[in-house]
Design a protein around this ligand. Sequence first.
Ligand code: PMP
Length: 307
Amino acid sequence: MANPKYLSMNGEIVPFAEAKVHVLSPCVKYGAGVFEGIRGYWNAERKDMYLFRLREHLQRLHFSMNVMRFAHEIDSRKVENALIDLIKANELREDIHIRILVYVDGDGDMASTGPIGWSLSTLPAPTTKAVTEGVHCAVSSWRRINDNAMPARVKATANYNNGRLASLQGRLDGYDNVIMLTHLGRVAESPGSCFFMVRNGVPATPGVTSDILESITRDTVMRIFEEYLERKTEERDIDRTELYAAEESFFCGSGYEIQPVLSVDRHPVGTGVAGPLTRALQQKYFALVRGQATDHAAWRTPVYLPN
Ligand code: PMP
């Protein structure tokens, strides 16, 4: 896919090739960065784009900066305005993926807390085959990072080395994705999404103390189950062999969207095709993010036609 014409750095629009940081910056040397991945959905009928749950993403970004003791706050309103300006500058009228990256710049050491830089990118991102068809997974032999060492609750760029190890191994072994277990051996999440299963008609997902990112999509999914599909989600520990017993399972995340899991360790999940609850959830999810369903308007930030 072609690179976008522009990116944004510290609130200024810059040509793609000019968005650079120094090799001696703590973000390069030590992975001193935190970020958010967000989606923007094009509504062809209304000719507008909606940024999904932007405010919640910005709140989590501030939480990550705070835990990592970054030197100063970044004004959310400024980020929102810069993001909307960037989408317009790139003339994007399709589904997109947005990355907000905040990093320790300069040439400091491991414990430097500033200067802070921030960048925005907006890339076209059509829905993938993983969403429409589903994915085959393995349980990874790599364990999920632990809250007392490298908190998964913080969306730090360095955390993704854990995910890289697991994903690369999974791919070499012939799987689309992997499910990672906590140091206690319970289900945590995938390298880039949260996990849900359905057992006896009841949706279940690992609790927020299972070394997961406190995912915004996970929250959206639980709300959809409760408000539209008459199902209350159990937030609880999930054992490995429950993955083989589930009738349905899926991954969810802003980037992943809702991806049916078709098999785990070559055991088919249910009948081996995306289940009816997963499909019903996808339908409602896409109607909401795209603004085809008009409820939950506060979840959508319009880009071209502000209220
Ligand atoms: N877990 C991890 C490790 C992730 O990287 C993501 C993607 N941000 C998620 C879960 C899903 O989080 P969200 O729904 O907030 O995008």
